[in-house]
Design a protein around this ligand. Sequence first.
Ligand code: S6P
Ligand code: ZN
Length: 189
Amino acid sequence: MNATDGPLMTPWAVDIDLVTGTMAEPDRVLTRKASDMRGYYRDEAALEQLIGQDDPIHYEVFEKRIPETYGHLLLCISKLYPGCVGDECFMTKGHYHTISGTAETYLCIRGTGYMMMKTSDGVCHSEAMRRHRMVYVPPHWAHRSINTGDEPLISFCVYPADAGHNYGDIATEGFPRRVFIRQGKEVIE
Ligand code: S6P
Ligand code: ZN
């Protein structure tokens, strides 16, 4: 396959505020609320309580419109709000890429937390996320962001445009480790 297949794209640029973590004029905003997260947290009753209160936004993904085809790169801002379900920190659903052999970079712009990663044979690895730290998610690793702080955890992500998202396997398998805040301290178990 040739990366120049298809119509020639005109070069373009986007402004990203590295202090606030805001992308100017995104083409698409994906929003996940507490009610989209059923099945992901340990304390299901606490999640239902949260949904019943005001069903808060867990995270938003701000994207530019880019063809999801070989040769292009997708870029987005991932904004994960602070909070807990029971004592478990807010997190993204997490996914493998559908083309599992594709990597991803996460440059953390703001906030603190973890990138939790796992392979299909159950090996787990986490990397701390904090401002100005870049996490490299290698091919074949499922990945989930977890916010342990009290401000949004914001990252700038770049990955192959044809990678795709496989949520189904993680929805079934889960991750071997979860992150909690207990008595003001992080607990990973
Ligand atoms: C895409 C990249 C991020 C996530 C976003 C939300 O490959 O990893 O943009 O989509 O952080 O997470 P999730 O697991 O719900 O897609
Ligand atoms: Zn990804």
